[in-house]
Design a protein around this ligand. Structure first.
Ligand code: ARG
Length: 464
């Protein structure tokens, strides 16, 4: 066993006169969650070692030994054979200790010109960069699934709501495209955040840089970073890139949660607009008739935990003086859970979206309630020369009359309609139909089936 590590297995124990208690050991350790960084930790160490050898800070032979040891360690970890020790505190010390067991002095030379402070910051950035790429792909898959639904229902009419009251008819395709826009912006935000994640902290060492003639650009290139972090104090201390990622994730979940809320409402028997495939629902242990939309409900609930992680990281950072503080060890669990939650949710939602059955008859029946084409009648009168406010008043009176007679605007005869405005003619009837109403909103961003088809094309080419 290496003599750098004492019997207590701590890298710094030579400095201390008494060991920490088991409770403190457990309290300060992070290995039971940061072992997830093992792969990127090895990747970062190999790039660092390659640079040390290139700069002749360590020998080529040491480098070869480090590669040999790390290859073995990676294989053991992948095979689930690596023994993680709480005594060694974190992923970094566990791997370094094992490396030294395997290759001796070369392993002890790896940490030259480096600190765990720049090491962990590098690991998190590598981990997050790959998570962002995964999330970006998943957001794309979800958009593809929603676009397919939109395409199938480019001219399926449903009521559009404001204040949860029937407002104007819209197409279901148009409604789905609203979510495509949201998830597209989420994908853009992820890629924007990636630029700031993709910088190299290594070289900052503990906080001030190092006395060795290192080549940071070389390490950055090996690890695929776009640039280095330009200030050593900032490099080891700030986690704004992780906060930004959690903020972008909270928005992804917010959009998922809004969609979930709609799915839950639409699936309620009182509404009955859609059905969700059985594999995303569960029954009740007491009520045999129940089919509950558990997946959207849970996603709505999990949005709360991701929002919580964002607040946790903001709070973690806000009172930290420069440079590194142990507080930062607390960044990992919220971050990992955010990544897990967003990835699982997006995977399930892409699958669930393709398993939605739309019920056009129920949507249509609902759109026929609530005078959804009243605005069309007002617009019609304006086109015949009436000022909009007067048109609004004439139609309001017509709606009141319909309410008294329990009928729709389209059920009134031409003579009855003319009582509200003499400008009304036979051509009004196509205007008052649901089809006429949606088809008339025929401009980019409007709900007309023709525009939905165009918007789907645009969204698809954006996804290429
Ligand atoms: N486990 C630590 C973390 O997650 C690694 C860095 C420790 N650095 C230190 N000076 N104690 O932040």
């Amino acid at each position: 066993m290496s003599d750098q590590f004492s019997k207590k297995d701590e890298a710094w124990s030579a400095r201390f006169s008494e060991p920490v208690s088991d409770l403190v050991k457990r309290y300060t350790a992070s290995v039971f969650f940061d072992y997830r960084l093992a792969k990127v930790d090895i990747q970062g160490s190999l790039a660092h070692a390659e640079m040390l050898a290139h700069q002749k800070i360590i020998s080529q032979q040491d480098y070869a030994e480090i590669v040999r040891g790390m290859t073995q360690i990676q294989a053991d970890i992948s095979a689930g054979k690596f023994e993680w020790l709480l005594d060694l505190e974190d992923v970094h010390l566990n791997i370094e200790k094992r490396l030294t067991e395997l290759v001796g002095d070369a392993g002890k030379r790896l940490h030259t010109g480096r600190s765990r402070n720049d090491q962990v910051a590098t690991d998190i950035r590598l981990y997050l960069r790959s998570a962002i790429d995964d999330i970006h792909d998943l957001l794309k898959n979800l958009q593809i699934a929603l676009l397919q639904l939109a395409e199938q229902h480019a001219d399926t009419i449903m009521p559009g709501f404001t204040h949860m009251q029937v407002a104007q008819p819209v197409t279901f395709g148009h409604h789905m495209l609203a979510y495509v826009e949201m998830f597209n912006r989420d994908a853009e935000r992820m890629m924007d955040c990636r630029k700031r994640v993709n910088r190299l902290p290594l070289g900052a060492a503990a906080l001030a840089g190092t006395t060795f003639p290192i080549d940071r650009q070389r390490v950055a290139k090996t690890l695929g970073f776009e640039d280095i972090c330009h200030n050593s104090l900032d490099a080891v201390s700030d986690r704004d890139f992780a906060i930004e990622f959690c903020a972008a994730s909270a928005l992804v979940m917010t959009h998922i949660s809004r969609l979930s809320e709609e799915l839950v409402i639409w699936m309620s028997p009182r509404v009955g607009f859609i059905d969700i495939a059985d594999r995303f629902c569960t029954g009740s242990s007491i009520m045999p008739q129940k089919k509950n939309p558990d997946v959207p409900e849970l996603a709505r609930g999990k949005t709360g935990r991701v929002n919580g992680h964002l607040v946790a990281l903001l709070t973690l950072m806000k009172a930290q003086p420069l440079a590194y503080n142990k507080d930062n060890q607390e960044d990992k669990e919220p971050l990992f859970d955010t990544v897990d939650t967003v990835i699982d949710t997006l995977r399930i939602f892409a699958d669930m979206a393709s398993g939605i059955t739309v019920k056009p008859d129920a949507m249509r029946a609902a759109a026929l309630q609530g005078y959804a084409t009243a605005t069309d009648l007002a617009d019609y009168l304006v086109k015949k020369g009436l000022p909009f406010r007067d048109a609004h008043e004439a139609v309001a009176k017509a709606v009141r009359a319909c309410e008294q007679r329990s009928c729709d605007l389209v059920d009134l005869s031409i003579a009855e309609l003319r009582e509200f405005s003499p400008l009304i003619d036979d051509d009004i009837f196509s205007v008052l139909t649901l089809e006429g109403s949606v088809a008339a909103r025929n401009h980019p961003g409007g709900t007309a089936p023709a525009q939905v088809v165009e918007a789907i094309k645009r969204a698809r080419s954006r996804l290429k």
